[in-house]
Design a protein around this ligand. Structure first.
Ligand code: SF4
Length: 351
């Protein structure tokens, strides 16, 4: 019998579980402390619960933290962890996969790039994760494990939902994780330490914006609808113009920020026409644009734009009043950079 995972439960839910196991109601708070403050891996470590209570709890429940099966360290200090997961893909049918979490050190910051799904349904042509198809949604416990089970767990300062998968396509689990990360009874992080990246899954995007104060990054990549759709099928279902209309209803001039990710493909989306169209499109939204160097993948016609072209593009946006940066690439030697997350042990075999 599969045990129910405690990770991801709120103190109210843990109180009900405690009562059902013959523990006092305040044990719910105690269990939350063990899970989210002390980050224990097993119920037997919850030593302020009675022995009989721990045994009763262990009958049907487990902490649910998965441990990484492998870790790679880049020359620049970036560390990629591989987590084995079992995800439900159909009624009564689980699939085994491997997902990745990438820890990126930068001065006094340590950012965790988190995966929310095994593979992805969205099918962006330039993305290794998209190419492997969809292998299931991660549970809140699977996602929280990426925070808890890595060597740098206590040093983490920030998190970005930019790993494998489209986070808004696994909405409930991702919002549960955000609740645990930001609640006083959980990690007690400020929402300003968290950024969710999405290609713009519209109904869920509104729920995310209404449901928390975390930062948002939108994968934009091309200002022209037909060209964007040729790379990102989501454009057909959720056109970028509608995503931007929604964003215009929210305030991004204060604490909460929105940024736009723009991967530079040589000869596809990197000329002055694109830069000027992007400026027109983003008019009225206080934002930042991040230009991303593309990491070549097999059977894909474009390479990355040369540095002078990226600088021209950045300067054109800057001159129009849009803050634009060329994002430094991290962890490329261990295939941890943007678009290269494929959940394999060594993607060199497939590239
Ligand atoms: Fe999915 Fe993001 Fe890759 Fe698109 S870029 S296929 S949304 S993981």
């Amino acid at each position: 019998m599969n045990k129910i995972k405690l990770l991801g439960k709120t103190p109210a839910q843990l109180k009900e579980i405690a009562l059902s196991c013959g523990l006092p109601s305040f044990a719910g708070q105690q269990i939350a402390q063990w899970l989210y403050k002390k980050k224990v891996r097993s119920i037997s470590e919850m030593t302020n619960l009675s022995k009989a209570g721990r045994e009763a709890l262990s009958q049907g429940y487990e902490v649910g933290a998965i441990v990484p099966e492998e870790v790679f360290t880049s020359a620049d200090g970036t560390r990629k962890y591989l987590f084995p997961v079992r995800c439900p893909v159909a009624a009564g049918h689980d699939e085994e996969s491997v997902v990745e979490a990438v820890m990126i050190p930068d001065g006094d910051r340590a950012t965790l790039c988190v995966s929310s799904q095994a593979g992805c349904k969205m099918g962006c042509k330039f993305c290794m994760t998209g190419r492997q198809g969809f292998h299931g949604n991660l549970s809140a416990a699977d996602i929280l494990s990426q925070f808890i089970s890595i060597d740098e767990s206590d040093q983490l300062t920030n998190a970005v939902f930019m790993g494998m998968g489209e986070p808004l396509d696994n909405f409930d689990a991702v919002m549960t994780v955000i609740q645990v990360l930001t609640a006083d009874w959980g990690f007690a992080w400020s929402p300003k330490r968290i950024t969710l990246s999405s290609i713009g899954v519209l109904p869920r995007l509104k729920e995310f914006l209404d449901g928390c104060k975390c930062h948002l990054a939108i994968s934009l990549h091309n200002p022209f609808p037909d060209e964007r759709e040729s790379m990102m099928p989501v454009q057909k279902a959720f056109p970028l113009a509608k995503v931007l209309d929604l964003l215009r209803q929210y305030d991004f001039s204060g604490q909460r920020r929105v940024s736009f990710e723009y991967t530079m493909f040589s000869g596809f989306n990197d000329d002055k026409r694109h830069a000027d169209a992007l400026v027109r499109l983003l008019r009225g939204i206080p934002c930042r644009v991040n230009l991303i160097r593309f990491h070549k993948i097999p059977d894909f016609p474009y390479g990355t734009s040369p540095a002078p072209v990226m600088e021209m593009f950045r300067d054109r946006l800057d001159a129009a009043g849009i803050t634009c940066t060329i994002r430094a690439s991290r962890g490329e030697d261990i295939f941890a950079a943007c678009g290269l997350l494929a959940g394999k042990h060594n993607e060199k075999d497939s590239i």
